[in-house]
Design a protein around this ligand. Structure first.
Ligand SMILES: [Zn+2]
Length: 281
């Protein structure tokens, strides 16, 4: 991605009297839309030299047509960005130029944006916000949403119903840009690197949860046992004994049953069963 100054494409500097855009809420996408079918035709290549030549041709056309600042920026197929009006008001959408900025994709008719263009589009949106041209929460729309036009072709969905556009053009139609230009790309989280030499887990393959047990025959009996759910039952000798258990649970050496892990709400076991484990109930 390269951001080129106006001089690179022969676009003159706008006069100081030209208004500047301040935090406008709409960015419109355009395309050149020239039908060049031949292999080496204009606005088809992503070769930087040819993209620069294409941008100069588009800029020269604008100067000759009396619209040297028609678009805010031009976007080449190699991802190069060329400043045209830049932070100044452009003239890309009649009766809506004070409310919007415009980016033209230098794409021949029917050519989808390249990956480099999509990346540059997102860069440019951030850059325009940094410049204060676009509001941070700006929206992006196809040209046809504000004027009767087939622009910007494959960059947008098929135009839908007419609507009451703020430009006042009764031929404006509803619709939106393609997802690549409207939905922020979210990078998938990086995959964890495989551990070439994993540390052996201290946990056995089958890992029983430890259960804190109380005497169901007498809930005021302060004694608590720790039971592995199988054949091992041990009396907790002190609060420190219990705290050691909690610490071992914290570091992953043992696992306390989440429902029966506190002294206050143990698993209440029948006295007869406690006796089977050799505990005097
Ligand atoms: Zn357009």
């Amino acid at each position: 991605m390269v951001l080129h100054a106006r001089s690179v494409i022969g676009t003159p500097t706008p006069p100081a009297s030209r208004p500047k855009l301040r935090q406008v809420r709409v960015l419109l996408a355009h395309e050149v839309g020239v039908a060049t079918n031949e292999e080496r035709g204009r606005y088809r290549s992503a070769d930087p030299k040819r993209v620069l030549d294409d941008a100069r041709a588009a800029a020269a056309y604008g100067v000759a047509a009396g619209k040297p600042w028609e678009y805010s920026w031009m976007l080449g197929r190699d991802g190069s960005v060329f400043t045209q009006a830049g932070e100044y008001r452009a003239s890309h959408c009649l009766n809506f130029n004070d409310e919007s900025a415009g980016v033209i994709f230098l794409n021949a008719l029917g050519l989808a944006p390249t990956e480099a263009q999509i990346e540059a589009w997102w860069f440019l949106r951030g850059h325009a916000v940094d410049l204060g041209v676009l509001a941070a929460d700006h929206e992006v729309w196809p040209h046809y949403r504000y004027r009767a036009t087939s622009c910007p072709g494959v960059l947008a969905t098929t135009p839908g119903a007419r609507w009451n556009a703020p430009s006042g053009d009764p031929g404006a139609r509803l619709g939106h840009l393609i997802d690549a230009l409207t939905v922020p790309a979210v990078l998938p989280p990086p995959l964890p690197a495989p551990d070439p030499d994993p540390i052996p887990s201290p946990l056995p393959e089958v890992f029983r949860m430890l259960i804190i047990v109380g005497n169901d025959a007498n809930h005021s009996d302060p004694r608590r046992w720790v039971w592995d759910g199988g054949s091992v039952m041990r009396l907790l000798t002190s609060e420190a004994d219990y705290n050691r258990l909690l610490e071992r649970d914290r570091v992953g050496l043992v696992k306390l049953h989440p429902a029966f892990s506190t002294l206050a709400s143990p698993f209440w076991m029948a006295a007869s069963e406690l006796r089977e484990y050799g505990q005097a109930a």
